[in-house]
Each structure stands twice: as structure tokens, then as C-alpha cells.
Write a protein that binds this ligand. Sequence first.
Ligand code: HEC
Ligand code: HEC
Length: 385
Amino acid sequence: MKIKLFSLSLLTFMILSSCSDEVIVENYFYDKEDYDLMSQYIDIPTSPYDYTLDFPDYITSFVRTDVNANMATLGRVLFYDVNLSSDRSISCASCHKQELAFSDNVAFSKGAGDRSTTRNSLALGSVINFSLYYGDQVFNGIPFFWDNSAQTIQQQSTRTIANPNEMNMPLHDVVDRVNELPYYAPLAEKAFGTKTMSETDVLDAIATFTNAITTYDTKFDKALESTFKTYGTLNGKEKNNFADLTAQENAGKNIYMTNCSACHGLLAGRPGKINGNNGLYEVYSDFGEGSYNGNAKFKIPTLRNILRTAPYMHDGSLATIDEVLDHYSTGIKNTTGLSDELKSGNQPKNMYFTEDEREALKAFFGTMNDNEIVNDQRFADPFKQ
Ligand code: HEC
Ligand code: HEC
């Protein structure tokens, strides 16, 4: 015992004396030289942030929450790197802006060579964005893009990078380029144990980061969570008024449950259906997932952060949330593929919202704004200007 105490105090003495000698030994996760080199270009923490997904309890029971922090850190840099586009002008973040919940505020985003996308940028940061990645049973089968044509972020990114209107680069050129940039080798080594990345490595890192962007820090989630805690289960209780919402927000929630949730879902902002047609046009020019027989079909997007993600719809044709409510109020067109949920007999089921109902719906949407995701340093641009 005495010996142990002695050695402990010796150790303490040695530490103290080393401090007093002003030898500051910082605990770098990266090799110090590597870190200093990276720091000339990017601002990343000395050791990776924790990217573990932080879900409310009502969700954690059925999703995976672990995230490889080294891959996410590398993915974050790739997500913000304009070197992924042919003319080095565009990164993923050019069209998926953090302050807009990772969407864009124009109908069509600008891509490489000043070209334009042909559809509206989709917001990131919801369960639908990582459903397949996490392979859980509850959220299975919800793919990516307005036409649901990509099964994984890896597939989505491969196509986005190659798309002439977006990044306009063959993936192998991207890989050659990033392997020459000095700040990637140390990040790649931590993520994959090798300084040189393969195509799969680049895609996996982007996917890990993109899948880690989640939006569950909202008034809505907290209210749902306390309902879950009160009853020990949701089991339909999400239909009740929430104690933590105002009367107007609850009124909006009820209108939403009656008119919208069959398609857009309620629980976790997960859509109730994968695709549908909401009568935006009588005759469509873009058919989305539908065939060319006039029955257009599009992804039913999550309405999380919806007040931040204008303009709306696959073509960004509705500029404001009021225009969206005008559409569902009086503007649903009688098109051949119109979804049953929006039909009454053979006619469009326009909803004729009163002014109070519109205000209530907007108040409810406000409860789905996540104020963390737009400021979270873990998802922010790491590049030094
Ligand atoms: C030039 C603009 C642009 C760039 C650059 C861009 N995106 Fe997108 N993104 C879009 C548009 C537009 C859509 C919708 C396209 C569609 O559905 O046809 C989209 C859709 C997505 C989706 C599907 C979301 C969903 O809910 O279905 C994901 C995920 C995504 N992008 C991630 C990325 C990543 C990762 C990168 C970088 C490798 C990237 N994007 C680069 C514009 C862009
Ligand atoms: C038939 C199922 C269905 C119902 C019911 C429905 N929607 Fe939609 N909603 C869709 C589809 C499909 C789209 C995408 C349409 C497109 O882009 O062409 C959409 C798109 C939207 C968008 C645009 C999202 C974005 O990111 O651009 C908003 C906002 C929206 N709906 C709100 C509502 C509200 C509010 C209600 C209830 C009043 C509602 N929806 C009812 C199917 C539905």
C-alpha cells in the first residue's frame, strides 16, 4: 500500500514538474505534423467529434445509432469540397445548405459550369435519408431522389457526382483528385487504414456523413417523447393532443392528421407512403417515378424543417408555404394519376382551409423546425476561406 502511494505521489510529482517546466504535451489524435498540415486547409477538431445518432427514445428502439466518427469526419470534408466538381466550383453543400436544413432556396440549383439541376434540391436530415443504410425493419424501402431511383447514398452520390448538371465528374477522376490533396491522407488513414482512397472509400465516407445528419431536436419530438414516456408506448397515442404543444399547434396537428398524415406520415416524420401524386398539374412534363402514361408519381417528402426548405415540390414551383396551402386548399388538379387520399369520388378533394386552419397548420410546422441541425458544428463547413 505504502509503495503504491509513494509511486502515485512520485507520478504526480513528475507530472507537476513537467508542467512547471512548461512542457505541454497535447494529446493529438492525429499525428501532430499531419494535424498541422491539415490545419492549413481545414478547421477540424484535434480528435473527431462524436457522431453517435442522438434520437428520442421513441425512435432509438428500432434504429442503429452508431456512426464511425473517422469516416464521418472524412465525409464532412468531402461534402464541403468543391474539388468534387469538374470546374472546382460546386460541393454537395452548394445545393444542400446547412442553414436551410441542407436544402436550397432556389427552384433549381446551380451546378458545375453554371448549369442547372432539373429538379428541386431535397432537404437532408431525416430518417428517410438513412433508412436503407441502417437497414431497419420499420423504415425499410424508402429510397432517394424525387423518383426514388437510388437505393443508397452511395448510389445517389455516384450519380450526382457524374451528373453533367451537378458535379460533372467521373468518380474515378474525383478519386484521383482527392488523393492528391494533402489534407485527405491523414483523414483517410484514420478512416480506412490507408492514405489512398478507393472509389468505394470516397462514397462510404460521404454516405456515413450524410447519414449522420439527423433532425430530431424539435419541439414536436420533445412533445412526442413526453407522450411516449407518459404511456410507455406510442401505440396510437400520437393522435392525442400533446401536453407540450399550444392549443394552436395541437389544432394544426389535428388538421395535419386528418388531411396530410396518410401520405406524409406523423411518427418521426417518416412518410406514410413512398410515392404519390398530389395533383400539382393536370398534365405533367416530368413523371418522376411514374411511367409515361400520364400517371406522374413522386417521392412524398418529409415535412421536417419544412418552413426552412422553400421553394417546394419536385420542380420548386410553389415558392412559399402559403402557396402550398393554396394548392391543397383549392388547387388540386384532376389528373389521371391523382392519389386516392386526395380524391373524393372522381374529383380532387380540395380542403378549403379557413384562415385559422392555415395559421394552425403553419404553427404545427413550426414545431418541426430543428434549431440544432442548422448550427451543429459537426455538420458545418470545415474549410478555411
Ligand atoms: C448541383 C446541386 C446539387 C449538388 C452539387 C448535390 N446535390 Fe444532392 N440533390 C440535388 C437535387 C436537385 C436533388 C433532387 C434530385 C432528384 O430527385 O432528381 C438532390 C437529392 C439528394 C439526395 C436525396 C434525398 C432524398 O430524400 O431523396 C441526397 C441524399 C443528396 N442529394 C445528397 C447529396 C450529396 C451527398 C452530394 C455530394 C456528393 C450532393 N447531394 C450534391 C442537388 C444537388
Ligand atoms: C396523396 C398523398 C398526399 C397528401 C394527402 C398530402 N400530400 Fe403533400 N405531397 C405529396 C406528394 C406526392 C408530394 C410531392 C409532389 C411533387 O413534387 O410533385 C407532396 C409534397 C408536399 C410538400 C412539398 C415538400 C418539399 O420538400 O418540397 C409539402 C410542403 C406538402 N406536400 C404538404 C402537405 C400538406 C400540408 C398536406 C395536408 C394538408 C399534404 N401535403 C397532403 C403527397 C401528399
